[in-house]
Ligand binder design. Structure first.
Ligand SMILES: CC(C)(COP(=O)(O)OP(=O)(O)OC[C@H]1O[C@@H](n2cnc3c(N)ncnc32)[C@H](O)[C@@H]1OP(=O)(O)O)[C@@H](O)C(=O)NCCC(=O)NCCS
Length: 90
């Protein structure tokens, strides 16, 4: 989703049986290339605080944590925090 010069990554997923083969990395690279072409200078995303594989994935792809949104996601019991990550695309 483009908002002025920022791109917001809303969802990315690889089917369970195909994870860990570099597909997520390539998908994200594609999304970043597309965002750059559309004039984005930064990409932002939220990820569930307990989603350790996705957090490791985003860090590996050059994202850094810039914030925390408390109670952002509904959870089985109560709500769960979101970590906010960004990456400079310039
Ligand atoms: C997160 C997701 C998109 C990653 O896709 P993927 O194709 O499995 O990831 P890749 O194989 O491209 O991995 C790229 C790098 O991310 C890191 N990584 C990926 N999966 C990881 C895991 N389970 N644990 C730790 N690091 C992981 C690794 O550093 C990996 O690089 P390496 O193989 O050179 O070490 C995928 O696991 C997924 O669809 N998860 C379920 C949906 C989800 O949680 N989406 C994000 C919601 S915000």
């Amino acid at each position: 989703m483009a908002v002025l010069d920022e791109a917001h990554l809303l969802v990315i997923g690889v089917a369970r049986g195909h994870q860990g083969q570099g597909l997520g990395f390539r998908l994200l690279e594609r999304a970043i290339d597309r965002a750059r072409r559309d004039g984005a200078t930064r990409m932002l995303l939220e990820v569930r605080a307990a989603n350790e594989p996705a957090i490791a994935f985003y860090r590996r792809c050059g994202f850094s944590q810039i914030g925390l949104r408390r109670g952002y996601y509904p959870a089985i019991i109560g709500r769960e925090d979101a970590l906010v990550f960004d990456k400079d695309l310039r």
